[in-house]
Write a protein that binds this ligand. Structure first.
Ligand SMILES: NC(=O)c1ccc[n+]([C@@H]2O[C@H](COP(=O)([O-])OP(=O)(O)OC[C@H]3O[C@@H](n4cnc5c(N)ncnc54)[C@H](OP(=O)(O)O)[C@@H]3O)[C@@H](O)[C@H]2O)c1
Length: 325
């Protein structure tokens, strides 16, 4: 079995990450309800039951409520903290009465944001902290200063990024003493720009592809863990109502169902398995809060190992709606 980049750095983690954006009720500042705690607990239990040990947060998810509800679970099960890898993100600031929605990689934003995360989760440290989305006003030296302070205070062990190009990663890395360990991007069987970019080099058909060349290669060469957000394509291929979706999505959903039946597995495992078969050793960050759907992801690694090259390309062709050039 190929070693995952995080494993190579001694960060023991699971092949699938549980994304916590779905936990914590709604996106308003309304207080958490009893039901929100129950939903979170059941989803996290389901994730643990299939061997997931890495959990992905962000300070903005449900305006902090995702982390708060997770913190309650940790409080009830203090043994859990040492068995899991906790990742969160900073750098997005919501619009308020005075200010617009914006990104903020300033030291004065990063450090108190991490303090807020640690307090909501009720933990001493984060294993991984990601910069959520590129801030056009970022200054790598200032990011480095913030990271150094957080590391030396024992608040964060490793740092990474999300939604960034290879050039942006190199730009930040240039000022850091330690390697960035993660880049989290939207990658899925529905969102194919990451594949199209490589296939359509020098082709007119590639004009609208929105994925900078070299991200996958840079991460693989530098042992940076690629994580996929949106890996289940919001359920488009695994049971969600898709009457209004285009023909390629409907066709792919049917194909996924057929493959799942043939291989005696679930559509979720096929969808994730397709992603995990890619040699970049992508770690899907699943966002479902339904325990049944979490359990349906259990077989994803086996599905990826059993998927032939021809099946992989058949799924790709179906989703892109046209054969590869
Ligand atoms: N770095 C970033 O910028 C970024 C952006 C977005 C997300 N993320 C992270 O990535 C994680 C996953 O992202 P995601 O939630 O967009 O991806 P996802 O795993 O592709 O989709 C999960 C969503 O799809 C729904 N869904 C899945 N299967 C379904 C089905 N058969 N029928 C109906 N609904 C279905 C889930 O609802 P149920 O809960 O009802 O199953 C949930 O709302 C998040 O939790 C977060 O940790 C990161």
């Amino acid at each position: 079995m190929r070693i995952m980049p995080l494993e190579k750095r001694g960060i023991s983690n699971s092949r699938i990450v549980f994304g916590c954006m779905g936990l914590g009720g709604d996106w308003t500042s309304a207080p958490l309800t009893k039901e929100d705690y129950i939903v979170a607990e059941k989803a996290v239990e389901a994730a643990l039951s299939i061997g997931i040990t890495m959990f992905d947060h962000a300070d903005i998810y449900k305006r902090g409520k995702s982390e708060t509800v997770f913190g309650e679970i940790l409080k009830k099960r203090p043994d859990l903290r040492d068995q899991i890898i906790l990742q969160s993100k900073v750098g997005i600031r919501f619009q308020d009465d005075v200010n617009p929605q914006r990104f903020d990689f300033s030291k004065n934003h990063i450090i108190p944001s991490v303090d807020g995360i640690l307090s909501r989760l009720g933990v001493e440290h984060l294993d991984v902290l990601l910069l959520h989305r590129p801030d056009p006003l970022m200054e790598p030296e200032e990011i480095a200063e913030a990271f150094n302070l957080l590391r030396s205070a024992g608040k964060v062990r490793h740092f990474g990024v999300s939604n960034m190009t290879a050039a942006q990663m190199r730009f930040i890395q240039n000022s850091l003493p330690e390697p960035l360990v993660v880049n989290q991007l939207e990658l899925s069987l529905a969102r194919l720009d990451w594949i199209e970019q490589g296939i359509l080099v020098n082709q007119k058909a590639g004009i609208d592809v929105n994925f900078e060349g070299g991200i996958l290669e840079h991460c693989q060469m530098a042992d940076i863990q690629l994580q996929a957000w949106g890996p289940l394509a919001k359920g488009k291929f695994s049971g969600r109502a898709i009457e209004d979706e285009p023909e390629n999505i409907k066709h792919t959903a049917a194909l996924v169902q057929k493959l799942a039946a043939q291989k005696e597995t679930t559509p979720e495992a096929i969808v994730l398995g397709w992603l995990m078969k890619h040699p970049a050793r992508i770690q899907p960050v699943i966002g479902t809060s339904s325990p049944e759907r979490v359990l349906a992801c259990q077989d994803a690694l086996r599905a990826s190992e059993n998927m032939t090259r021809e099946e992989w390309y058949t799924l790709l062709e179906s989703s892109r709606g046209v054969r590869v050039p």
